[in-house]
Ligand binder design. Sequence first.
Ligand SMILES: Cc1cc2nc3c(=O)[nH]c(=O)nc-3n(C[C@H](O)[C@H](O)[C@H](O)COP(=O)(O)OP(=O)(O)OC[C@H]3O[C@@H](n4cnc5c(N)ncnc54)[C@H](O)[C@@H]3O)c2cc1C
Length: 354
Amino acid sequence: MTERIAIIGAGVSGLTCGVVLAEHGYPTSIFAKHTGQQTTSGAAAAVWFPYHVEPAERVIPLALKTYDVLLDLARFAETGVSVIESKQFLRTGEIEIPDWAIPLGASVIPSAVEAATEQTKSPGAGFQSRDVTLKVSLRDPSTPRAFAGSAQDDHQFASGFSLRTPLTDTTIYLDYLAVRFRKAGGEIHADVCFEKIDEVDEKFDFVINCAGIGARELLQDTDLEPHRGQVAIVSKIEGLSSAIVCDDEPLMYAIPRKNDCVFGGTNELSDNLSADSVTTSRIVAECSRVLNIEKPRVIAERVGLRPFRRSGVRLERDQSADGRRVIHNYGHGGAGFTLSWGCAREVLDIALSS
Ligand SMILES: Cc1cc2nc3c(=O)[nH]c(=O)nc-3n(C[C@H](O)[C@H](O)[C@H](O)COP(=O)(O)OP(=O)(O)OC[C@H]3O[C@@H](n4cnc5c(N)ncnc54)[C@H](O)[C@@H]3O)c2cc1C
């Protein structure tokens, strides 16, 4: 196999494609403006969950393929992948466990079951009981009492479900992918910015476009929107072993990692890559309130632009103006890690059949 491959982008999409293609035997080079922690991938909380990406029928199978690979990688500490209990909450109403989560073992958080039971026991109460609030995992033994709240306070959710999911610590995982890619013979060229795909050296037969939000300018793709996310990396929170996630406004998540904890978050249409200190304070206050802890020390603030594509993930073959074979792999929104291996394997299939 002599066809040479150039990948644009060194975020999780570009690196994962790089690993899959190079390990398959393709001479592969990555070219990127930014690498590692400077990319949006470096800012991600990076818990496996199909969040903020379309369309479901396309992305769920890709996510499930990735789930299996990440679960396998979690056996090796050096990958930075682990498995964590992820608890998804709603501030009001009853949460529905998505169909795809049931075979993965998702279960209603016990206190939510109790709230539902209350509802059936007292039909006279009608829908009032839908608003019965519960403490964060009050009866869930894996959540320490310190995070359970008290009957008087209001740091409560209405319902939730729990699911064991892979979590990638980006400070380790992106380096792991880069090392694995180089080991397979791949090369990474940083500080390279293309204005058009045709600018890639013509010695490459294929170009794989993994430019994230950069694909907007590269291809003039007006469907792609920067959905800005800001997080605060805070000191490790002793005793917090589960990820706590609430997608309702204000978006809130606390993701414990080996050495620290990621507090989030935001999701707004904006290109602004600067961290906003008022937003950081708001995030830390809300997470601390929900967890019922003193505000932890902020180690770093991170901002990334989720590449949200209104018409959905773009994973398809194309041709550049100079007739080169191009495979697009971008538009993963809030789920680039969650889809990464499924997408990379599809890129390989497309390359093999082109
Ligand atoms: C706060 C936050 C939390 C998140 N949490 C999660 C989560 O828990 N789970 C999850 O799955 N996802 C999460 N995401 C989403 C995830 O981070 C993205 O979907 C993913 O990082 C996209 O990866 P990518 O490799 O496609 O793009 P990027 O990481 O943005 O990488 C793009 C690469 O292309 C390069 N590039 C761009 N344009 C050019 C050009 N013209 N020339 C050369 N190089 C170029 C860039 O320099 C970079 O190397 C989160 C995102 C944010 C912001």
